[in-house]
Design a protein around this ligand. Structure first.
Ligand code: UD1
Ligand code: CA
Length: 458
């Protein structure tokens, strides 16, 4: 099968410099949703028609093709003279012996199941149209039937009153016998209300030539909803998020409010996971059994181990949290963070490019960067690894069972030996030996007979 995706249109109502099909839905460009769905049908040829928006669309397509190692053709449509003219640009690139599925780059949520049904309805030599009965069909092409059979499609602007009363609409998605397509497209005229070459006019041509025209229906109306404005984009975003939330609920995840979760990527959850409101998941996030995620957390490309608790307002990116760990509230785990089992990271603690082994704790106000932290280490409040000298970064090593007193600065590169204790307020510039107390602090003294100054009378 060939798939041709129409994405040359202008998208004026988006009021944006970005081409319409590149606007993100659930963090992914509209066009990429369509390409991903198309690919799941394993087409032999995939061609994206672009035009408006310059090089941005083919660049995005090329990047996608490169990252997935599968070819996607593109064809320029310039100027844009209608949907029929758009499909014509793909003709030199598609396989004549396989049917052609036409999709729109701005209709992101059509399911592979519905498309599969349409493809099956078309078989080898029929023309099949994805149609929907719509309460308000205004603006859309109407399916005209005689004795139940489709005879043509008429656009809103060309329709008479009786035709405008028809509620069955053309989604625009159709499967066409490719061997006939070229001659049908070549014989299109633009003698209509919009002066365009309508793809929809091939339907009457098929009927005239005795090619059967059939239809299939999607499972839901939103599957064929297009994006023409930010309002419609926002509506489809909510619909898509609700679909994702429903799928999570069906798999047994507890969502405190399915209307208040945003998944912009892939979220994989184990059993008995609880997610509170206002959380955002980006990239690939894996959450193991029994994890709870508190309200208003952002997780990006993260893995959370079984039984871990993520308390409210945490930001976790490119990081791994070990089983039974407790994170937050207000913790930030930056890229390269790997926490072992039962690690506690408390409020206003930032960890970057560091490993922290089992049972270690940094409960309050700390910065741990470029560090290797052993097991059962206690990092006191206000501790800072000074990993950066303004030009280079260095590592800090804190071995098992060390105790770092509050408000210490560890000037890397530096090592705290196993079981060592740093006194509060230590500025560590040389290694601290294992098992001993190291402290860098002027001796405390008390000035006898000292008096507070008193205000001088004028
Ligand atoms: C089209 C259909 C209409 C259908 C509706 C569904 C035609 C003539 N009409 O109408 O029956 O109900 O879609 O939304 O086909 N495009 C190009 N090049 C062009 C023109 C359009 O690539 O020259 C692309 C657009 O980017 C878009 C798609 O084709 O992705 C549909 O274009 P649009 O202008 O939205 O079509 P409508 O006139 O709304
Ligand atoms: Ca449209």
């Amino acid at each position: 099968m060939n798939v041709v995706i129409l994405a040359a249109g202008m998208g004026k109502r988006m009021q944006s410099a970005l081409p319409k099909v590149l606007h993100p839905l659930a963090g992914k460009p509209l066009l990429q949703h369509v390409i991903d769905t198309a690919r799941s049908l394993k087409p032999s040829k995939l061609c994206v028609i672009y035009g408006h928006g310059g090089a941005a669309v083919p660049e995005m397509v090329a990047k996608l093709a490169e990252s997935t190692g599968a070819a996607i053709d593109t064809a320029l449509q310039q100027p844009q003279l209608g949907t029929g003219h758009a499909v014509m640009q793909a003709v030199p690139q598609i396989d004549e012996n396989a049917p052609t599925l036409v999709l729109y780059g701005d209709v992101p949520l059509t399911t592979a199941d519905s498309l599969q049904r349409l493809v099956e309805a078309a078989g080898k030599d029929k023309l099949a149209i994805l149609t929907v009965e719509q309460a308000n069909p205004f603006g859309l092409g109407r399916i005209v039937r005689e004795n139940g059979n489709i005879v043509r499609i008429v656009e809103e602007k060309d329709a008479n009153e009786a035709e405008r009363a028809i509620r069955e609409i053309n989604s625009g998605i159709m499967v066409i016998p490719t061997s006939r397509l070229k001659s049908w497209l070549e014989s299109l005229s633009n003698n209509n209300a919009q002066g365009e070459y309508y793809l929809t006019d091939i339907v009457a041509k098929a009927v005239a030539e005795g090619v059967p025209v059939v239809s299939a229906q999607p499972s839901a109306e939103w599957e064929v909803a297009g994006v023409n404005s930010k309002v419609q984009l926002a509506e489809l975003e909510r619909r898509h998020q609700l679909n994702i939330a429903t799928a999570l609920l069906e798999k047994g995840v507890t969502l405190m409010d399915p209307a208040r979760i945003d998944v912009r990527g892939e979220l994989v959850c184990g059993r008995d996971v609880v997610i509170d409101v206002g959380c955002v998941f980006e990239g690939r996030v894996e959450i193991a059994d029994g994890v709870t995620i508190g309200p208003n957390c952002v997780l990006v490309n993260a893995r959370i181990g079984a039984g871990a608790q993520i308390k409210p307002f945490c930001h976790i990116e490119d990081a791994v949290v070990g089983d039974k760990s407790q994170i937050g509230p207000y913790a930030r785990l930056r890229p390269g963070t790997q926490l072992g089992e039962d690690v506690h990271v408390g409020n206003f603690v930032e960890i970057k490019n560091s490993t922290v082994a089992a049972h270690s704790k940094a409960n309050h106000l700390a910065y741990v960067g470029d560090a290797t932290v052993g097991s059962r280490v206690n990092i006191g409040a206000g501790t800072i690894t000074c990993n950066y000298d303004g030009a280079n970064k260095f590592r800090t090593v804190i071995e098992d069972d060390a105790f770092i007193g509050s408000d210490s600065q560890l000037v890397a590169p530096v090592t705290v030996g196993a079981g060592a204790t740093l006194g509060a307020g230590t500025t560590l510039t040389k290694d601290a030996p294992a098992g001993k107390l190291t402290i860098s602090r002027p001796k405390q003294m008390t000035i006898e007979n000292w008096k507070r100054p008193v205000k001088v009378k004028k």
